[in-house]
Each structure stands twice: as structure tokens, then as C-alpha cells.
Design a protein. Sequence first.
Length: 359
Amino acid sequence: MVIMTHKIAVIPGDGIGIEVINEGVKVLNCVSQLDPKIQFEFTHFPWGCEFYSKTGRMMDDDGIERLSKFDGIFLGAVGYPGVPDHISLWGLLLRIRKSFDQYVNVRPVKLLKGAPCPLKEKSPKDINMIFIRENSEGEYAGSGSWLYRDKPNEVVIQDGVFSRVGCERIIRYAFELARTEKKSLTSISKGNALNYSMVFWDQIFQQLSQEYPDVETHSYLVDAAAMLMITKPERFEIVVTSNLFGDILTDLGAAIAGGMGLAAGANLNPEGNFPSMFEPIHGSAPDIAGKQLANPLATVWSASQLLEFFGYKEWAARLIDAIEYLLVEQKTLTPDLGGTAKTADVGDAVVAYLQKHFA
Ligand SMILES: NC(=O)c1ccc[n+]([C@@H]2O[C@H](COP(=O)([O-])OP(=O)(O)OC[C@H]3O[C@@H](n4cnc5c(N)ncnc54)[C@H](O)[C@@H]3O)[C@@H](O)[C@H]2O)c1
């Protein structure tokens, strides 16, 4: 038996990040126990806002170098009252994404059976998309200037940075995924108003589509896409879009696919030159932190994405089956899904399901 040991850096972060990540690690340890070929070596890092309040830094100075030795990163959530959000975001999360060129953000928007959906006429067969969000540049490139600060003629400029390499690689990734999955690919942009960046994006999408004649393509303006995600979500299968549009639309996606407690995201460096990072997309939820009220299922879903990235498709699917089982059963759910279970109870129930069906 060939045993694969994957070295995973665990960054619980702040607030409910600490509670949900415990459950994610619990579930991955259960997979190792049931399938001893798959082993994980977890190393915890105490970085986040509490670390910042003690040290003035969100992570150690050599943090990126230390993380670079790992095969993957499993992150809870970052941000807490008392530390400005742009500091916590740029000091840890975005620093990791950018340093490790995690240019693909994969966000499933899939309504599982039993999950709440505010769209009355829609069911799981209608909401089954994978968003591929550009994750390294675009509107979140961090480029701009702040001139004449605090003067009456104060001016701020926030640039969107769209490089040919950056656009081509994310759009190509989406085409490859659409081809493998035999699904249509929709590009979402805003070429009518953003007359440089999004015209360029549309042009590259059009150019690459010539190389993938087997993939059915669609292009929508972001405003129309936001409406269609509500009225006709079944139109979308694989979706590729920019950093900002992807950020907003995937929260909309979370809202129609069970809520923030079920939304996961993977930040990939597909070439494997650097570690990829897996995380629930929700924040640290200070309003419920430390009370075992947080739903850990988004984190379990991101553990599933981690397993898929390392090539364990079967186990990845089993974790999603476990989540769906709990949703349909409606017995062990946290308050956001109408239940009374504690965070750890939900993690235990996922483990119990896996042990029962795959031991
Ligand atoms: N990826 C990240 O680390 C990330 C993402 C978003 C926000 N943040 C940070 O988190 C902090 C709080 O931000 P926010 O309140 O805008 O967003 P949030 O996602 O933390 O919370 C929004 C609402 O959703 C609820 N919620 C979120 N996750 C939940 C879960 N797993 N189970 C049950 N309920 C859940 C919260 O209780 C809250 O009412 C801020 O500092 C923000 O910058 C971090």
C-alpha cells in the first residue's frame, strides 16, 4: 500500500474560524482513519487578529516562506472588530493568495437536497454551477493612488489590472473544466461600461473559444447575470468572471444555495508550484463566535474540495453526500439551518455518516 502524506498548514484565524476549522480537521482525520492510504500531517498557525493585537502583524514575517513548504492550506476565517478589515484581509488572506499565485478561485453554487432555497420554484436540478473567479488581479489588484489626502481636492484612484496572461489563464482553466465536465461555459463581464478592461476580457474569451469548439459558450453582462441567477439559474453551469464580479455573484450564489453556512471556496495554484488554500467563504461572524453556533458544513465542503484537488474524487463526493444526508435528515443542523445542534455535533454527525457507510 502506497501511503500519501499531505502536509497541511491549518490557519483557524478569528471568531468562528476556530470552531469550524476544528470540524474540518476532524472530518479529514476520519477520512485518513477509514482510508489509511490518505494521511494528513496538520500544523496549526495562530495567525489572525488576536496575533495582530499582540504583535502588530497578521502573520509572522517569515510566514509565507514557512507556508511554502506545505502541500495545502486549510483556513477558517479572518477579521475581527478592533482590527480594520483592510488590514486583516491584506495582511493574511490576500497576502497568501497573491504570494502563492492562487489565481483560480473555485466556488461551487450547488443546491443540495434539503438545503433551504429562497427561490420558491427552483430545486436542486436548477441550481448547479461552478464559479471560476479570477483571483490574482483585476479590480482587487491593489493598484491605485490617494492624492491630496484630507485636502478639499482629495482624489482616490483604484485601478483594475487585467493582463493578457492573467485573463488567458483563468479563462483557459474554465474552458478546460467545461470540456472535462461536458458543460456549457458562461463568461460574465461588463464590456459596455468598462470600455478597456472588460472589452479586453470579452475579446480573450472570444479568442479562446475558437480552441474549444466542443464547449457551448454564453456571455452576459454582470447586471443581466445577477438577474438571471435569480430568475433562471438553470442557465448557468460553469461560469468564469473577474475578481470583483465573482466575489459579489458568489455571495448571491450562496444565498440561493443554502446560505453562508454552506458556501465553500478553493484558491488554487493549479500548476502546484505553490500550496493551494481551501476555506469556507463566510467571515469570522463575531455575532455568534465562541458559542458553538456556527455551521461547519461550508468548511466540510472545503475539505471536500481539498480532497478533490489531491486526486481523491471519490472521498470528495462522499463528504458532499454526508452534507446532503444531514440536510435531508434535518436532525443535526445548526441554528442558521433551523436546527439546535452545536458546531461540534454537526462535525460528529458527518464523521458518523462516513464511518457508517465507508468503514
Ligand atoms: N474569508 C474570510 O476570512 C472573510 C470573508 C468575509 C468576511 N470576513 C471578515 O469577517 C468579519 C465579519 O464579517 P461579516 O459579518 O460581514 O460576514 P460573516 O460571514 O462573518 O457573517 C455574516 C452573517 O452570516 C452569519 N454566518 C456566517 N458564517 C456562518 C456560519 N458558518 N454559520 C452560521 N452563521 C454564519 C453571521 O453570524 C452573520 O450574521 C469581518 O471582519 C470581515 O472582514 C472574512
